[in-house]
Design a protein around this ligand. Structure first.
Ligand code: GLN
Length: 496
């Protein structure tokens, strides 16, 4: 370890030209995403499957509501995850604790009972909130901030994003097959084994390859503050528990109450963040202007993720119920179509990277990219609406149609996701980078929560009407965005 500490990362090119620590973070995140997307590929299918097939027999509205609020929690809990890392444990330890909780969550889900779903999902969401923002922060920590490592850093992040999508690509084949063909809980156990691999990689390789990265607690909190935060959290959780107990005791408990409550908390959180940022008197006029632009970016991202993340819920159910999935004589499980998005990213990410370099200054601005991305995500739902109409009489549509829909979404994702992430760090006022990054994750949380609630309309409206309605919403937002491109660019004051 001592020798590793002496190797300055700028001179370390041992992993694809990158510091060797990237290999550790890349492999850990690959297996963590394997577990995350493997479980997600079968979650909604398990919730709606009839009890005689081992499922929970829920209605579509309830299942997609639970999926939506679970996904929202994953991103909302990145806020306390970031705070604990900043103020108490440091990234290295927070990731380790998160990894243990996630693995535990998947193994709880593997218990073949119907109650395991609640503690299991809670653990996966909590652990992911601890792990996800902090492992990305450690990737950033591999590069010297003030040397000329900018390009190498971008390349490092691209390699890391590939790791994420390799995990997301393999997972549905393994967990999806086992879950749908052998038994749901076997699929969840496979996700648990994936997370165990992530944990082992991290525990064995981090001490040897990361040196001091992520060990320092950036801004340690005083004992009094910690006590205050833990007391407030404890009291808050106790009040929630009491309300839930009263609800159960009165016999009025319904999973909708939990979904509505958590959705309301999720939607309220960014308001608190924005208010705090704008109330800060030390912001310069340029910083205030950039944060005004960020409101647009935030709203656009909410619209985007709201539709995009239904890929694992409503589109997954469509794949299961309304598509013909034969390759020759072999009928493949619906969850395998969840691999289309990650493989699309693996194929197209380098194409886009090349395109932006080639276009140079002629490349579209961030708000223009957002407008196109939101339009495309809306358009993908228009295609879904057409498929919904074709299949309404019980006709099965060819699975290749869904591949097309997912590929349209990949293009939209590549226009919006990396762009928004990097803009979040650039537009943030000085010293508020992590808060604005938290806002970026909160956009996904809010989108997923609203998406989960809206998805309840799929049953009453039918597929054709439901997809058309959401598609139309996105296209309207895209059109408004398009009229504001110049204004938003101006507000961004120099950030592209
Ligand atoms: N697909 C990416 C991941 O899993 C990004 C998700 C997001 O930012 N909402 O990390």
């Amino acid at each position: 370890m001592a020798t590793e500490l002496r190797v300055p990362t700028a001179e370390d090119h041992r992993f694809l030209g990158q510091p060797v620590g990237l290999a550790t973070l890349f492999s850990t995140e690959l297996w963590e995403r394997f577990s995350y997307y493997g479980m997600r590929a079968i979650l909604v299918l398990y919730l709606v499957a009839p009890t005689e097939n081992g499922g929970l027999g829920m209605s579509t509205a309830e299942a997609v509501g639970i999926y939506g609020v679970y996904s929202a929690m994953v991103w909302l809990l990145a806020v306390p995850g970031g705070w604990l890392s900043d103020r108490l444990w440091g990234p290295r330890k927070t990731v380790l604790i998160g990894a243990f909780i996630i693995a535990g969550g998947h193994y709880v889900l593997a218990i073949p009972t119907s109650w395991a779903i609640w503690p299991g999902l809670a653990c996966v969401a909590l652990g992911t909130g601890f792990l996800k923002p902090n492992i990305s922060a450690m990737v950033g920590g591999l590069y010297d901030e003030d040397s000329d490592e900018g390009e190498r850093r971008d390349a490092g992040f691209s390699i890391y994003y590939m790791g994420i999508n390799i995990g997301g690509f393999i997972a549905p084949f393994v967990c999806g097959y086992l879950g749908q063909e052998i038994g749901w809980h076997v699929g969840f156990a496979a996700a648990g084994i994936g997370m165990t691999v992530a944990l082992l990689v991290y525990v064995l390789l981090a001490p040897r390859t990361l040196g001091p990265i992520g060990k320092r607690v950036p801004n340690p909190a005083e004992r009094a503050l910690l006590r205050k935060v833990f007391t407030i959290t404890g009291v808050g959780l106790a009040i929630c528990a009491i309300l839930a107990i009263i609800d159960v005791a009165l016999g009025t408990f319904d999973s909708k109450h939990v979904i509505w409550f958590l959705s309301a908390v999720t939607i309220a959180t960014p308001f608190i963040y924005f208010t705090r940022i704008f109330r800060n008197k030390s912001l310069s006029p340029i910083e205030v202007s950039r944060m005004r632009a960020y409101i647009w970016i935030f709203v656009g991202a909410v619209m985007f993720w709201m539709i995009f993340d239904q890929g694992g819920s409503i589109l997954n159910l469509f794949a299961e119920n309304n598509t013909s999935r034969y390759i020759g004589d072999f009928q493949f499980p619906a969850s395998w179509l969840q691999s289309v998005d990650p493989i699309g990213i693996i194929i197209f990410a380098p194409v886009f990277a090349y395109l932006w370099i080639k276009l140079g200054k002629r490349a579209p601005s961030l708000p223009a990219k957002f407008a196109i991305a939101i339009f495309l995500i809306g358009f993908s739902f228009f295609v879904m609406s057409y498929l919904g109409k074709v299949s309404s009489g019980g006709t099965l549509v060819a699975w290749e149609w869904l591949v097309l829909v997912f590929f349209i979404q990949v293009i939209a994702e590549l226009l919006l996701s990396p762009t928004g992430l990097s803009a979040s760090t650039q537009l943030a006022p000085r010293g508020m980078e992590s808060q604005v990054l938290a806002l970026w994750f909160l956009a996904t949380a809010v989108g997923d929560a609203i998406g989960g609630l809206l998805a309840g309309l799929q049953e009453p409206l039918g597929n054709a009407g439901y997809f058309a309605l959401l598609g139309l919403g996105a296209v309207i937002v895209a059109a408004i965005f398009a009229t504001q491109v110049k204004k938003i660019s101006k507000l961004m004051s120099g950030v592209h």
